[in-house]
Design a protein around this ligand. Structure first.
Ligand code: C2E
Ligand code: MG
Ligand code: MG
Length: 396
């Protein structure tokens, strides 16, 4: 069956018959470990007592005592670490906004399903989320410590993998995105989704970024020596943009490794621009003066509009993979990506789509004239040597 980390289900619905029906659907696909509640208040009381830490809660939105939206907000207030699956008869737009709200509040929301619940839909969403469930493992589960990260910074536990960026017009390789990995001596491979946030909260992110930049420049220099010229994208954090000497640091590395800064793209998310905007703008403008490209990563997940971003010196926009994945099936995602690509092009920016996993999605993006693509369909992130071998084969 499903190798889900969370094994207990909690069904909350004010209607007893619905509860029985949902239990039946869960049993049908092989899950027998569930608890049921007709009162959201009661369930919240149990959650406050630290029960159901990694359960999957199936929750209705229309409930008499406390509606689903208030329930979602209270789950977040109580730092609920489990997973939520919304099952409701409400209009799909209302469902989507409730889900967005939950995600914005930091909850792990698996998605939404319409009533009456179908076992096939339930099975599909659980299957789809089995990686997500692992991906979003909270830091506390991993027990990362500051000392361990400091020691990693001084060893070879941190390393980079490289994911190819492909020109969607002629399917040539335009460069790579460098992605960090941590081979933790006890926890194995820790995802950056976990430890980058940890590094930020422990005040170590500048050290991580410096380490990444050193490894990246070193690799570019090694490739250059072998006649392989490639551009490289690097992810930076909010803190990096608050250091006025960040551009000088990049210049010093380019001199040390003899690498043209025009080969570099810095990727930052919209949240990176939330602190002192004047300082970020100072840094970003000087970065651009050095011909380094600037990319907005995960576009579509934050709240910035193009109106707000258009005065910033970006050269590239990366459409978030959550929307890309379904553009061949979901009309709303398709329309959003289509208009984003048009607008981005009108503003003279390069459009990049991340998370291309199938040839169907690739075909839609080509039809929409998206410039560059990245995703498992072409290649997963690879070790440097593997990238070289992959590139030879891809070009052949
Ligand atoms: P990101 O910059 O948006 O990177 C894309 C993520 O999507 C990567 O996850 C990549 O492995 C994954 N990905 C690429 N193609 C596909 C696909 O087709 N399907 C799916 N499902 N996933 C795909 P990864 O490497 O786990 O990195 C996660 C995030 O961690 C990155 O998101 C970035 O925000 C952050 N990160 C990674 N490396 C660094 C770093 O060196 N510094 C900083 N500050 N953040 C980093
Ligand atoms: Mg990125
Ligand atoms: Mg991204």
């Amino acid at each position: 069956m499903y190798r889900l980390k969370a094994k207990t289900f909690v069904i909350i619905d004010d209607d007893k018959m619905t509860i029985d029906f949902h239990r039946h659907m869960l049993e049908k696909i092989g899950f027998s470990n569930y608890k049921t509640y007709i009162s959201a208040v009661e369930l919240l009381d149990s959650i406050k007592k630290n029960k159901y830490r990694d359960a999957i809660v199936l929750c209705d939105l229309r409930m008499p005592e406390m509606d689903g939206v208030e329930f979602i907000r209270k789950l977040a207030e109580n730092n609920f670490l489990g997973y939520l699956l919304v099952v409701s008869a409400v209009d799909s737009k209302i469902m989507k906004s409730a889900i967005t709200l939950g995600r914005t509040l930091g909850l792990n929301i698996m998605g939404g399903l319409a009533k009456p619940l179908k076992s096939s839909g339930l099975a599909q969403i659980l299957e789809k989320n089995k990686y997500h469930v692992i991906k979003h493992q909270p830091v506390v589960d991993c027990n990362l410590t500051k000392d361990a990260l400091i020691s990693a910074l001084n060893s070879d536990e941190l390393f980079l993998v490289y994911q190819p960026k492909i020109n969607l017009k002629d399917l040539s390789i335009v460069g790579v995105e460098a992605l960090i990995r941590w081979r933790h001596p006890r926890h194995g491979l820790v995802s950056p989704l976990t430890f980058i946030e940890f590094a930020e909260s422990e005040g170590l992110i500048t050290d991580v970024t410096h380490r990444v930049l050193h490894m990246a420049f070193k690799q570019l220099a090694a490739w250059k020596k072998r006649g392989l010229y490639t551009t490289m994208s690097i992810n930076v954090s909010e803190n990096d943009l608050q250091c006025l000497d960040f551009p000088d640091y990049l210049v010093s590395l380019s001199e040390k490794y003899d690498i043209d800064l025009a080969l570099l793209t810095l990727e930052l998310t919209e949240t990176c621009l939330m602190s002192d905007l004047a300082t970020s703008l100072d840094v970003l403008t000087r970065v651009r003066l050095r011909d380094i490209e600037l990319s907005i990563d995960d576009y579509g997940t934050g709240y910035s509009t193009m109106t707000k971003l258009r005065h910033l010196p970006f050269t590239e926009l990366k459409l978030d993979q959550e929307f890309i994945k379904k553009i061949d099936r979901e009309q709303e995602d398709y329309m959003m990506i289509k208009s984003n690509i048009e607008m981005t092009k009108n503003l003279g920016l390069i459009t990049v789509a991340e998370g291309i996993e199938t040839k169907e999605v690739l075909a839609v993006l080509q039809e929409l004239q998206c410039d560059i693509g990245q995703g498992y369909y072409f290649s997963r992130p690879l070790l440097a040597d593997d990238f070289e071998a992959w590139a030879k084969n891809f070009n052949a």
